[in-house]
Design a protein around this ligand. Structure first.
Ligand SMILES: [Zn+2]
Length: 198
């Protein structure tokens, strides 16, 4: 993926208000220049569609052979569904049933098929690993794993292979006493703390 494409994707995320740049207090208590508010992607379908168009281009270019797009509930359902629609493939989602990632029983055609996984953000890879395990139980081959945003900057391979991130963005978080944005006196924003408009 070229830098130009990364920049274009970054711009689309900013336009959708899903990616905010400023000075944020994360739930960990650390401070960061970036905050990802993924609910905005679903809230603004037209903005999401432009991002998905780029993901679709990437998947087409890499041309994995597959039948299904599979995404974990709930945040990635709209993302995976739109991707499947544009690629002319089937779609299925996984959800946690008593803590275990599972398919809804209605997705009967998934067994023994080929599926790519599409997820919104790669942070630790935990939920994708769970989807992989779920697909393997159903004897599904996985020729590709894609995320819109790879927050690890390629540092977390899954099943020994790199994940196809549309946007690679290594988000640095700082302890408050060494935060460069605090030192510059930039006002700190605690996301979700109020109904503020951003
Ligand atoms: Zn700070």
């Amino acid at each position: 993926m070229s830098t130009t494409t990364n920049d274009r994707v970054l711009q689309l995320f900013k336009e959708s208000d899903a990616l905010l740049q400023g000075h944020f207090k994360l739930t960990s208590g650390k401070h960061s220049e970036w905050y990802f508010e993924k609910i905005r992607l679903i809230e603004k379908p037209a903005a999401l569609e432009k991002i998905i168009d780029l993901l679709v281009e990437k998947i087409k270019a890499e041309s994995p052979d597959f039948d299904y797009v599979v995404s974990p509930a709930y945040g990635a359902i709209a993302i995976g569904f739109l991707t499947a629609l544009k690629l002319g493939k089937k779609f299925a989602f996984t959800q946690r049933v008593e803590e275990k990632m599972s398919f809804r029983s209605g997705f009967s055609g998934i067994d023994g098929s080929r599926a790519i996984i599409v997820e919104d953000i790669l942070t630790t890879g935990g939920s994708i690993q769970e989807v992989v395990a779920c697909l393997k139980e159903r004897n599904v081959a996985i020729p590709g794993i894609y995320v819109l945003v790879d927050r690890t900057g390629g540092a977390v391979p899954i099943e020994g292979k790199p994940v196809g991130g549309l946007l690679a963005l290594k988000i640095e978080a700082f302890e408050p006493d060494v935060c460069p944005f605090c030192q510059k006196g930039i006002p700190l924003i605690k996301p979700g703390a109020s109904d503020k408009k951003v």
